[in-house]
Design a protein around this ligand. Sequence first.
Ligand SMILES: Nc1ncnc2c1ncn2[C@@H]1O[C@H](COP(=O)(O)OP(=O)(O)O)[C@@H](O)[C@H]1O
Ligand SMILES: [Mg+2]
Length: 396
Amino acid sequence: MTGGAWTPRFDRGEGAREGEGVSLMPGEAVRAPVTDAFFRRVVEGMRCGVMTIDRDGLVVTVNDIARQILDLDGPVEPGRPVEEVLARHPRLAEVLRASLEMSHLPNRAEMEIRSREDDGRTIGFTVSTIPGDGGPEGIALFFKDLTQVERQEEQERLRDRLAALGQMTASLAHEIRNPLASIDVTATLLRRKLRDREEERRLVEKIAAEVARMSRTVTHALEFARAIRLERKPQSLAPLLDAAIEEALTRCGAEGVRVAREYDAEAPPVAVDANHLRQVFVNLLVNACEAMEGDGQVTVALRAVSRPGCSPGAVEVEIRDTGPGIEPEVLEKIFYPFVTTKQEGSGIGLALARKIVECHHGMIDVRSRPGEGASFLVRLPVGETSCGSEPGTGEA
Ligand SMILES: Nc1ncnc2c1ncn2[C@@H]1O[C@H](COP(=O)(O)OP(=O)(O)O)[C@@H](O)[C@H]1O
Ligand SMILES: [Mg+2]
């Protein structure tokens, strides 16, 4: 490592000084003064992460976005070896170092990186050679955090699948209901005829019980497949959450469950269908109580979410419990209908919750690790349009 006197190997060449105009292409006329400061601002202002190294593998530039995505501590001193700056991302350092020797650089690539919180992120990157008179002067890495994009794509895929599944379920349910009803009637008749024959009667009762179970499944499926009609009115979510908490506690009969309310008084009203949305929160709260087996704490938080330059663009409700958490295999399909780990579960609660939230143009998400409880997040946009508009009312 070198001290403060270090200068990058690929400066602008002889004669050009700060403030002096240089052409962008050899021989091209100078249209505006292009300075070092100008180039630095270009790199700083880019909406992707930029990192450059010289031909010795020493870091020259790292812009703000790169520091954020890579979770680096503070500004990076130029002149430090790339392996040292990227100590937390050795594979990325390797790619940069290897690129110095490669004649054909990969066009586009993706890589999983780990941030400090240990949640995996995916970055998409390209590497380019920085040309020089006597061969490459260094390597430039351009990258973006694709984690959010991936999440959105996954959500879109899920939405399509759910729509198709919903249609299929509705027609299938109608086909199953009639024969089920007739099996039920026949079993009842048979049971009467077998009044004196205990053993046979018990077998018929078993048939009736299974029919009832199938019938419940069909009802749940229809409940999920049914089109939702919203009647939206602007309202504060705090009383709605209070009502949901009361209903959930009554339903679970969970005396050992403590509820902590963290309501942000700044949270603006949202145009929602109170009945449907209460059902969402009740489903989440009942799941939390069931997961904790009636003993633990549920925290219900209500927050305003602001975007830079806008009044709160959304409100967020978090329902967090101190239960056993969720296994990764369940977590990845938790919002699909009929996914349940409970003996008597329907697996419809969360699928329906997602459907209702998405009808409100909102988003529902879950974070959990086994042994560390679960946290469900519901985010609802405040207005129909982006910033500062009145929330819309009524929706078909
Ligand atoms: N707070 C939670 N903690 C742990 N697991 C949960 C939690 N919420 C939901 N789950 C898991 O998700 C599954 C699906 O939930 P849901 O759709 O409500 O159906 P059901 O409650 O009928 O099983 C549950 O069976 C459970 O395994
Ligand atoms: Mg449930």
